[in-house]
Design a protein around this ligand. Structure first.
Ligand code: A2P
Length: 269
């Protein structure tokens, strides 16, 4: 679908959309950036859910699914995005600036929510790249720490610079007057990098398979009695992590039937 249209062809925003304004844009690398927007007063969502996002202008706006990276109590919305060269939405989205309008569809949804997990002690959130976005929301939600004693967020990226969003978010969280006190003693951020020298140069799947992750954390391997897992990354990554969870005896859950682990593909485009 074309992003360009004759000026006369610009349509009014679809009725199922909120029209919001960008409040901040921050670029990390040539592939990653975050942006924040005003939040519609009527938008309610559960931390970890996603919404469809588009840009006004053009005959028919292109929408893509974006995990809401901000917690449900935040006055604004935050999103963490990849820049896909020639991507139907991100080619334009990566050029947005403060004050620009953005379309946000009204119905948030998703499976990476606390309600889809049976009670447990330790919560693993496994991510690659922008798959960290729903977890950036969940780690800032006090309910996560009411439900779990320990929260282990992992992110695997190609390059060290791509970890900056997660590192900044975790640092700000620890210093947050509202959630920092409950989160700081329970949250561990475990980062790995695959294409550059780093302290841990392997995929998270390898760290689970070899037991390196559990040795580093000083905990026993995945156990359906105590451990719950949320997974968000590429198709291949989610497939491999699902297989590791299943092999450890964990069962996949959903909103309708809470269980031991839940999966969502990180969105691109
Ligand atoms: P690798 O560099 O070995 O491919 P991408 O930017 O392509 O989405 O990748 C983000 C990170 O996810 C990279 O570090 C990549 O490692 C890693 N990755 C890709 N596929 C898998 C997988 N099947 N399981 C775990 N990690 C993966």
């Amino acid at each position: 679908m074309s992003d360009t249209a004759a000026p006369g062809a610009i349509a009014a925003p679809p009725v199922d959309c909120h029209v919001e304004r960008v409040t901040l844009v921050e670029h990390y690398t040539d592939r990653l950036f975050r942006f924040r927007t005003t939040r519609p007063a009527s938008l309610r969502f559960r931390s970890g859910e996603f919404v469809m996002i588009g840009l006004p202008g053009g005959e028919r706006p292109v929408f893509r699914a974006y995990s809401i990276a901000s917690p449900s109590w935040d006055d604004e919305l935050e999103f963490f995005s990849i820049k896909v060269p020639g991507g139907p939405l991100t080619e334009r989205l990566q050029r947005i600036a403060e004050g620009d309008e953005i379309l946000i569809k009204k119905k948030p949804t998703g499976t990476l929510v606390l309600d889809a997990l049976a009670p447990g002690k330790r919560l693993y959130m496994l991510s690659t790249g922008t798959g960290i976005a729903p977890f950036a929301s969940l780690i800032r939600d006090p309910e996560t720490y009411e439900k779990f004693d320990e929260v282990i967020l992992t992110q695997t990226c190609r390059r060290v610079a791509e970890l900056a969003y997660g590192e900044n978010t975790v640092r700000a969280l620890v210093e947050d007057p509202l959630v920092g006190e409950i989160a700081a003693p329970r949250l561990t951020f475990y980062t790995t990098v695959t294409r550059e020298p780093y302290a841990r140069t392997f995929r998270i799947t390898e760290a689970i398979e070899t037991g390196r992750l559990f040795a580093d954390l000083g905990v026993k391997p995945l156990d359906p009695e105590t451990d719950r897992v949320m997974i968000c990354g590429s198709i291949e990554m989610t497939k491999d992590c699902r297989a590791l969870c299943t092999a450890a005896g964990l069962e996949e859950g959903s909103n309708a039937k809470p269980a031991h682990f839940v999966v969502e593909r990180a969105f691109v485009g």
